[in-house]
Design a binder for this molecule. Structure first.
Ligand SMILES: [Zn+2]
Length: 554
């Protein structure tokens, strides 16, 4: 989820006695539209912009090799960074939070100069790096990372029995909060090695395939993990604790589960839902994206996060979301929201990733829509529609879903709920379920392991459907308000006039009207059209479960 970005929050008491901020499903709409976003700060631009010193290189590989001291809340080590130059240059931009010290940055044996500005680190090379060539540098660092944000970013805690419990969840603040990397969304390494040295007796679960552990002879053990796919920085995670492990398989896919000893029985019951979840999403989209790395589900002290192949879980081992009926219509209590939503991100967010945080609905709108696909797979279309339309109460329609590019700023929460309701609307526009399922499957397969923008999504859907869907995408994603279907009744004459009132002049979405037993498709535009109808104003309906629109009757 990366729920860090949800704004409506309430303080609730976590079982550990720690006050966590969690979102509430019910919150009042603001009386006034929120003010226009403030101008981006220098820090937001340094983090968000894909400038020259990022664009001149292409990441290939990281080896993050660190030692974590739970008592001192201290990290030290290095990230080995391999990249290919795309343009001749003597400088690249990396990122590391200002609270952490740079020990040295080496190219072979040569110490490199660097300049720090807020969270950015500009690394200078004594000789020009040549286009097409591959370079490897070692970035040594250390320090006490700052705990920040709802999930702590990186949090050094204790479990209820007093063992260290250290977890990361840093999507909003950025992975450079705790390790040096090229901290943006457009460019991902193709693979990564993660080595974490921790006190003997503790377990580290990170991303990828477990390669083994090695006693270091000084009271520490190194845990080695290998990520065999592209991975975005914020997905890279530490889960250090007194974990117990249990395992299952789904065909060739390994399923590995980690929970604290006191929660093991509850975890064994609740985590069986991972199987049905994977079967459902494989049905719609194809093979689990990280087959070689395996699927892992790991208990954490916050609600949950989509860490690639190592999903973290803190949903109280209960169905719904934090023991609530999440969309309020009786469907959510049938399944564990966090297992379904966070794992849906393996397909949308982790495999397909937005190239800029401005287009994050590609993660959250899709993952939220995938919840309803899971419901449809398990319990049928009617329940899926009911579940999805329950989300309407959470939509605000006050800011566009797609935000300014090149600025590190999380888009509004409408990217989740309105994003999902928009995709359901798009299914009704395609109006052919066999075609819709093929489109979803092929769209995922076409873009898997890539970083894309909204334009790529629109172009794909336009091309594959042969329809002009651009105004529909733009209306829902680039404007705050919903389109309004205006209806003007002439009951005496047995007619109704209709037109769209929308922000996109070319918005001409077909929509079903009439009665539930006898929908009729009309194709409104911005101009009035008239149709005959025996229905009175009170009887005439719009298929609002299938199309997310407002209706105005005159
Ligand atoms: Zn999410």
């Amino acid at each position: 989820m990366g729920c860090e970005r949800w704004t409506p929050v309430e303080a609730v008491l976590h079982p550990l006695g720690v006050v966590f901020l969690l979102l509430t499903g019910v919150f009042p709409l603001p009386a006034q539209p929120p003010p226009a976003p403030s101008a981006p700060s220098r820090a937001d631009i340094l983090r968000g912009e894909y400038g020259l010193y990022r664009a001149n290189n292409d990441l290939l590989f990281y080896h993050l090799d660190i030692r974590v001291d739970p008592e001192k809340k201290f990290i030290s080590g290095k990230n080995t960074i391999r990249f290919r130059m795309l343009k001749d240059g003597t400088r690249i931009q990396l990122d590391l939070h200002a609270a952490l010290a740079i020990e040295k940055i080496l190219l072979g044996d040569t110490a490199l100069q660097y300049e720090r500005e807020l969270g950015a680190v500009f690394v200078d090379f004594p000789e020009t790096l040549i286009t097409g060539r591959v370079y490897t540098i070692d970035f040594y660092y250390s320090g006490n990372p700052v705990e920040t944000g709802r999930f702590g970013g990186i949090a050094f805690r204790k479990d209820p029995s007093g063992h260290p419990w250290i977890n990361t969840a840093c999507e909003g603040i950025g992975a450079s909060l705790w390790w040096p990397n090229k901290d943006q969304w457009r460019d991902e390494v193709e693979s990564m090695q993660i080595s974490v040295s921790i006190p003997d007796g503790l377990v580290d679960v990170s991303n990828g395939k477990f390669m083994g552990k090695t006693g270091l002879g000084d009271g520490y053990t190194r845990w080695d993990w290998l990520v065999q796919y592209p991975i975005n920085n914020y997905d890279v995670s530490l889960n250090i604790g007194n974990y117990e492990h249990f395992a299952d398989r789904l065909g060739d896919l390994t399923l590995d589960f980690y929970a604290l000893p006191e929660d093991l029985d509850k975890a064994k019951k609740q985590f069986v839902q991972a199987r049905g979840m994977i079967e459902a999403f494989q049905h719609y989209f194809g093979e689990y994206p990280f087959q070689k790395d395996g699927y892992k589900l790991i208990e954490a002290p916050y609600s949950g996060m989509e860490h690639q192949s190592a999903v973290t879980y803190g949903n109280h081992f209960a169905n719904g979301y934090l023991e609530r009926d999440w969309t309020g219509v009786g469907i959510s209590p049938r399944f564990d929201f966090i297992i379904i939503h966070e794992s849906a991100h393996e397909w949308f967010g982790n495999s397909i990733t937005a190239a800029d945080v401005s287009d994050m609905w590609i993660h959250e709108g899709w993952a939220t829509y995938l919840e309803s696909l899971y419901v449809e797979y398990m319990w049928g279309h009617d329940d899926a529609l009911k579940y999805l339309n329950g989300y309407k109460s959470k939509v605000r329609n006050t800011q566009p879903i797609v935000t300014q590019r090149g600025v590190n700023r999380t888009p509004p929460q409408d990217q989740y709920f309105k994003g999902a309701l928009f995709l359901n609307t798009l299914r009704s526009v395609v109006n052919d379920d066999a075609r819709w399922w093929a489109l979803l499957h092929d769209f995922y397969q076409h873009f898997k392991y890539q970083n894309i923008m909204t334009e790529d999504v629109v172009e794909y859907f336009n091309q594959k459907t042969g329809m002009s869907l651009t105004p529909i995408f733009d209306e829902y994603l680039r404007h705050p308000a919903l389109p309004v279907l205006e209806l003007k009744f002439d009951e005496a004459g047995g007619a109704v006039s209709y037109r769209w009132k929308a922000d996109e002049p070319a918005f001409a979405m077909p929509v079903r009207v009439g009665t539930k037993d006898h929908w009729e498709m009309v194709r409104p535009t911005a101009e009035w059209k008239t149709m005959k109808t025996p229905l009175k104003k009170d009887e005439f309906e719009v298929a609002a479960d299938l199309y997310y629109v407002n209706v105005s009757k005159m």
